[in-house]
Design a protein around this ligand. Structure first.
Ligand SMILES: Cc1cc2nc3c(=O)[nH]c(=O)nc-3n(C[C@H](O)[C@H](O)[C@H](O)COP(=O)(O)O)c2cc1C
Length: 360
C-alpha cells in the first residue's frame, strides 16, 4: 500500500514523494517570453515537491494566450530557463516543463497581430483574455489546414529539444483545458473533416503525433501528458468525455510514458462524470490525479491505489513548503487570486513558510 510521502519512480525519474506541483501560469516572464530570476526563486522555493511541473510554456512563437507567459523556442529561452532548473536542482528538486500551444485562446494583441489558429473557426465565448490593453473578447480563430499541422508538430519537437538544453528532467505535453491539442481532442471544438476530425482516433491524431515527436527527443519515459476530458473552461465540451478518456487511456499505453496526468473535473462545475475509473482501469502506467484534492483525500486516493501521485495547484501557490506542512498537519496559507497573474514578487515569492521549514 503506497503512501503520499513514499518515493516513487515516474518513468526514468525518481521522486522523493507523491505530492506534485501542478502547472501554474503566473505571468512573470518578460516581454520576450524569457523566464526571469524571480521565477527561479519561486520554483526553487517549491523544490520539496516530488516533482514540479512548470507552467504552460509557448512551444513556438506566435502562440501566446497569456500576457508575459514564458516560451521555449530559442537558445535564449533555454539559457534563461537553465537558471530556473539549476536553482531547483540545487535544492534537490525535480522539474518538468509543460509545453503548449494556446490554440484559439491566443489573441492578436499578444502575438504581434497574428490571428489565432484552431481545429475549427469557433471562438471561446465564456471568458475574456488578459492583454496589455486590458481584458478583451477572444477572436474567432482560423481553422488550420492539414498542410499546416506538420509545422505544429515540429514546433513541439523543437520545444522539447530546447527544454532538454535548459536542463529540465522531462516535459509534459499540455493536452488539457481547451488549448490547441485539447481543441483537437474534443468534438465541441473540432468540427473538421479529414484525418484530424470526426472519430476519436482522428481527433487524437495530433496529440499522439506530438507525443511521438517529443518522445523522439526525450525518450518516452521522460514525457508526460495532461488531459481534462470534463473541463468546460474555454468553452470546451465533448459529446462523450468518458469514451474519449477511455480511448486515450488505452492508446497511451503504447507509448510507455512517464505518466498520464488527469484532471478529474470541471473548473466551472458544468460537466459531471467519472473519468478516473475508466482511465485507471485501462491505463497501465503512472497516473497523476489533480483538482481540488485535500491532503486527506489525496492520501486516501494513493493508499487505495486510485492514483500514484496527486498534483496540487493553488495550494502550492500559497504554500512553498506544502509537503512539509502536510507532513506536520500544519495549517495552510490561503492563496490570493488577485496576484495570480500580476507582475512582481507580491503574491508570488512572498508566501511564508513554516518557521521550522527547510524550504526558503
Ligand atoms: C493561476 C492558475 C494558473 C494555472 N495555469 C495552468 C497551466 O499553466 N497549465 C495547466 O495545465 N493548468 C493550469 N492551471 C490549472 C492547475 O494546474 C490545476 O489543475 C487547478 O488549479 C486545479 O488544481 P487545484 O485544485 O489543486 O488547484 C492553472 C490554475 C491556476 C489557478
Amino acid at each position: 500500500m503506497s503512501q503520499i510521502f513514499d518515493p516513487m519512480q515516474l518513468g526514468a525519474v525518481a521522486l522523493k514523494n507523491r505530492i506534485l506541483m501542478a502547472p501554474l501560469t503566473r505571468c512573470r516572464a518578460d516581454d520576450e517570453h524569457l523566464p526571469t530570476p524571480l521565477m527561479a526563486e519561486y520554483y526553487a522555493q517549491r523544490a520539496s515537491a516530488g516533482l514540479i511541473i512548470a507552467e504552460a510554456t509557448m512551444a513556438m512563437p506566435g502562440c501566446s494566450a497569456f500576457w508575459r507567459e514564458p516560451g521555449i523556442y530559442s537558445d535564449k529561452h533555454a539559457k534563461a530557463w537553465r537558471t530556473v532548473t539549476d536553482a531547483v536542482h540545487q535544492k534537490g528538486g525535480k522539474i518538468f516543463l509543460q509545453i503548449w500551444h494556446g490554440g484559439r485562446a491566443c489573441h492578436p494583441a499578444l502575438n504581434d497581430g497574428r490571428e489565432p489558429v484552431a481545429p475549427s473557426a469557433l471562438a471561446i465565448t465564456n471568458d475574456e483574455v488578459h492583454t496589455p490593453e486590458g481584458k478583451q473578447a477572444y477572436t474567432v480563430p482560423r481553422a488550420l489546414t492539414d498542410d499546416e499541422i506538420p509545422a505544429i508538430i515540429e514546433g513541439f519537437k523543437n520545444a522539447a529539444k530546447y527544454a532538454k538544453q535548459a536542463g529540465f528532467d522531462g516535459v509534459e505535453v499540455h493536452g488539457a483545458n481547451g488549448y490547441l491539442l485539447d481543441e483537437f481532442l474534443r468534438d465541441g471544438a473540432n468540427k473538421r473533416d479529414g484525418a484530424y476530425g470526426g472519430s476519436i482516433e482522428n481527433r487524437a491524431r495530433l496529440l499522439l503525433e506530438v507525443i511521438e515527436a517529443v518522445s523522439e527527443v526525450w525518450g518516452s519515459e521522460r514525457v508526460g501528458v495532461r488531459l481534462s476530458p470534463l473541463n468546460s473552461f474555454n468553452s470546451m465540451i465533448d459529446s462523450d468525455p468518458v469514451a474519449l478518456a477511455t480511448w486515450l487511456a488505452k492508446r497511451l499505453n503504447d507509448f510507455e510514458l512517464a505518466y498520464l496526468h488527469l484532471m478529474r473535473g470541471d473548473f466551472l462545475g458544468e460537466q459531471q462524470g467519472d473519468v478516473i475509473s475508466p482511465v485507471r482501469e485501462h491505463y497501465r502506467g503512472n497516473l497523476i490525479l489533480n483538482m481540488a484534492y485535500s491532503a486527506s483525500e489525496a492520501g486516501e486516493s494513493i493508499k487505495q491505489g486510485q492514483a500514484d501521485a496527486i498534483a496540487f495547484g493553488v495550494p502550492f501557490i500559497a504554500n512553498p513548503d506544502l509537503p512539509e506542512r502536510l507532513q506536520h498537519g500544519a495549517p495552510l496559507n490561503d492563496a490570493n487570486p488577485e496576484t495570480f497573474y500580476s507582475p512582481g514578487a507580491e503574491g508570488y515569492t512572498d508566501y511564508p513558510v513554516l518557521e521550522t521549514s527547510t524550504a526558503v
